[in-house]
Design a protein around this ligand. Structure first.
Ligand code: GLN
Length: 307
């Protein structure tokens, strides 16, 4: 029998479809041709049951939604102390690609903005196997299927990566990057070009909601303390310069990506993922934000609201 949850999600899609989609990102040329009318939503319980509606099997690149997972991987591999010595946890209130480092410490302010994410990626470049390979392996374990890189998007971003290269050079000059700027940016761009669906992202988020254990395989991918730390950072920094607005209206730890995805994590309850390629002024999916607001309101998901 068809679950009533699916009917609910179908209705949520209909109720969000009137929101003006905005334009897809065009600073990565390959993203500019995305169809702004697309919209998808998926929810996964912490038992790993996924409910999805809309363009739920459409593939798009993970982009900045990769950042929290790679950050958790860096903490697992390098230890929290090591990571905190390189990357802060304070909200920057700035756009995702701001050319900024903390003037007092010379470090990136947090791992959710590009400066911090490039430094995080470089922390994984110590092993025998390339960081992007190990990152893809992690994404595959989280999503329970083999995640691949969208090579066209990776190449397109690499051909126009001047801003991220500028950031990586700043990091290197400040002593916050152990890798060559070009290598760190190349690897970071590949991490961002992992191709996913909202179903994948809902399961990835459900692993965080489940304290770091992938619900279906039972595999512990992140420790409880790593997961808790990460969710704190997502809460304060995940939506960039819209973080305060997001926390008051939606109230769910989240991370957005410039291809139009957003994940939300309700600890102990749900992983949520939405997708629509048109963006608002902060680089967050316009319809995605509207959909998350709608779900939070209707289902009383706001963390600050008593159940
Ligand atoms: N790869 C993108 C960039 O570095 C990710 C940005 C994002 O999703 N906000 O510009």
């Amino acid at each position: 029998m068809r679950s009533p949850i699916l009917d609910y999600l179908d209705r949520a899609i209909e109720q969000t479809a009137h929101v003006a989609p905005g334009a897809p990102a065009d600073y990565i040329p390959e993203l500019a041709s995305a169809d702004p009318q697309r919209i998808a939503v998926a929810m996964s319980t912490i038992n790993g049951t996924v409910y999805a509606s809309g363009d739920a099997d459409h593939h798009f690149t993970i982009q900045s939604i990769s950042k929290p997972f790679v950050y958790a991987q860096a903490i697992e591999e390098r230890g929290l102390e090591d990571v905190l010595a390189r990357i802060g946890v304070e909200p920057s209130g700035e756009a995702f690609n701001e050319l900024s480092l903390d003037p007092d410490t010379g470090m990136p302010r947090n791992p959710m903005i590009n400066a911090g994410a490039i430094a995080t990626h470089a922390l994984l470049s110590h092993g025998a196997r390339p960081a992007d390979e190990r990152i893809l392996e992690l994404f595959s374990q989280l999503a329970e299927r083999e995640i691949e890189i969208d090579e066209a998007v990776a190449a397109s971003e690499a051909a126009s990566a001047h801003r991220n290269l500028g950031l990586a050079h700043l990091l290197r000059a400040a002593g916050a990057l152990d890798q060559e700027p070009q290598d760190a940016v190349d690897g970071y761009i590949r991490q961002c070009a992992a191709s996913v669906t909202v179903r994948d992202l809902a399961l990835m988020a459900a692993t965080l909601a489940n304290g770091g254990v992938q619900p279906n395989t039972g595999e512990r991918l992140f420790s409880r303390t790593t997961t808790r730390h990460l969710l704190g950072v997502m809460t304060s920094c995940g939506m960039y310069d819209a973080a305060g607005d997001w926390l008051t209206t939606v109230g769910i730890p989240a991370k957005s990506g410039v291809a139009g995805g957003i994940v939300g994590v309700l600890p102990g309850q749900l992983g949520i993922a939405v997708f629509s390629p048109g963006l608002d002024a902060h680089g967050n999916s316009s319809r995605g934000v509207a959909m998350m607001q709608h779900l939070s309101e209707e289902l009383h998901l706001h963390l600050m609201e008593p159940a």
